[in-house]
Design a protein around this ligand. Structure first.
Ligand code: ATP
Ligand code: MG
Length: 419
């Protein structure tokens, strides 16, 4: 029997919620069962802002499309229709139960079901709730409400079987336990530890995508710990060898709440790969393991490389220091460095404030146009001249543009004489 229980949802209704409620109302008025489902119900019970509102219904895909003719089939095989209303995309899915899984990833077949059947195909009890926004009633077939109240993450049904069906669920468990600050129920946890090895069977894209969610979230420290203790980490990142488990969460746990994915990954490497190879090689290994984008790979590489540079910040030239501080990821780099060398924080912050007040990225006095005016032709050498001139400017060796142009003329003349 469903657990009918009125809950008081947040009063500051977002527009997406309003639109999703209208969709549920239309479905119900046409005679179907329709509820909010999954993450949005969980988040609202927990007074968190849901990312999106998913609707689950007894209407079949063709019936959903009759009511919402502009709906798009996004997962037609799974009975999911994307309904856009006032610009908000809402996923409307037919209640279903997953059939057999052959590859530990995708159900081979699905069959349409009622709400109870649909609740039981979901992964964790906190994700298995339905809420009827019209009647204001919660339908709980899996004990999710009690688990949310007790901060417990529990697999629905037989934990070992559920992880064997879809190996990615082990990683999802880490994500939800960390993000919601839930304790993992012991049977679920032991099943995770046994299933961790199977994560290697999951596509690297899916693993990368989960890790993106995990590392971007402020709770990445706890997640790192769970990744390590579950045994997932060494299967995800073969370079991870730490055996003290980064127990202090020195890097991951010490970072500010909002940092780039690259910085999260760099911290993960520092925490668990004490014998990390050179920065660029590490970044390439991560790219392969997680199918990172070129940008993400470059970010991790830059951060790891310049962390080593920053270790000796007292030896940096003015230009080197200013170039570091002018970089898009300089705040992430400093945050990483401070987790590593907290005793340096005060003095380094003082030095950085001085440099920043001086201006770390001034407009260049000399541009490519100027060099052409002076008779230079664009080429590899051209870039080096500009770089060298800007270096002199950053070093405060050129008081103004006139001095910079003189230096440029000298540089070009010297080159002409030399060549
Ligand atoms: P988020 O706020 O991060 O989006 P979510 O709970 O909405 O969290 P989604 O990945 O968007 O998670 O999935 C929506 C719902 O679909 C989940 O709440 C869960 O009920 C179900 N679900 C998603 N992936 C799986 C899976 N691999 N196995 C079983 N159920 C799943
Ligand atoms: Mg979601």
């Amino acid at each position: 029997m469903p657990n009918h229980c009125t809950i008081h949802f947040m009063s500051n209704d977002g527009t997406a919620k309003h639109v999703a409620t209208e969709i549920v109302r239309q479905l119900q008025q046409a005679g179907y069962v329709a509820y909010f489902a999954g993450g949005c119900v969980r988040d609202q019970i927990m007074h968190l802002e849901p990312k999106d509102f998913d609707v689950a219904t007894s209407a079949r895909p063709a019936q959903i499309l009759q009511l919402f003719p502009h709906g798009q089939k996004v997962g037609a095989a799974f009975g999911v229709i994307l309904v856009r209303k006032r610009g908000w995309p809402i996923e409307v899915a037919t209640f279903r139960s997953d059939g057999r899984y052959e590859d530990g990833r995708h159900p081979v077949d699905i069959s349409f079901a009622d709400a109870q059947g649909d609740a039981h195909r979901r992964d964790f009890t906190c994700n298995g709730l339905f809420w009827d926004p019209i009647a204001d009633v919660l339908h709980d077939y899996v004990g999710g409400q009690a688990d949310i109240q007790n901060n417990i993450l529990r697999a629905i049904g037989d934990a070992a079987a559920r992880f064997a069906e879809d190996h990615l669920r082990v990683l999802r468990a880490v994500r939800f336990a960390a993000r919601l600050e839930f304790t993992i129920e012991p049977t679920t946890w032991h099943a995770m530890q046994r299933a961790a090895v199977d994560i290697s069977g999951v596509s690297r894209e899916r693993i990368g995508e989960e890790l993106r969610h995990i590392m971007r979230h402020p709770t990445r420290g706890r997640a790192g710990q769970l990744l390590f203790e579950s045994g997932l980490l060494s299967h995800i990142l073969p370079i991870a060898t730490a055996n003290d488990g980064g127990r202090h969460q020195r890097y991951l746990g010490g970072l500010p709440a909002h940092i780039s994915f690259g910085a999260g990954l760099a911290a993960l490497v520092l925490e668990f790969c004490p014998a990390a190879p050179a920065a660029r090689q590490t970044a390439d290994a991560l790219r392969t393991a997680l199918t990172l984008s070129g940008h993400e790979t470059a970010d991790v590489g830059w951060l790891l490389e310049n962390l080593a540079v920053l270790e000796n910040w007292r030896d940096l030239s003015l230009a080197q220091f200013k170039r570091l501080l002018a970089h898009r990821l300089s705040d992430d780099l400093l945050a990483l460095y401070f987790t590593r060398a907290p005793e340096q924080a005060d003095i380094l912050r003082h030095r950085i404030a001085e440099l920043r007040s001086d201006g770390v990225a001034p407009e260049p006095f000399v541009t490519g146009e100027d060099l052409i005016q002076l008779g230079a032709t664009p080429g590899p050498q051209f870039k080096q001249w500009l770089y060298a001139l800007y270096d002199m400017q950053l070093e405060n060796r050129l008081p103004d543009r006139t001095a910079a142009l003189m230096a440029a003329r000298k540089m070009l003349g010297g080159e002409a004489a030399g060549g």
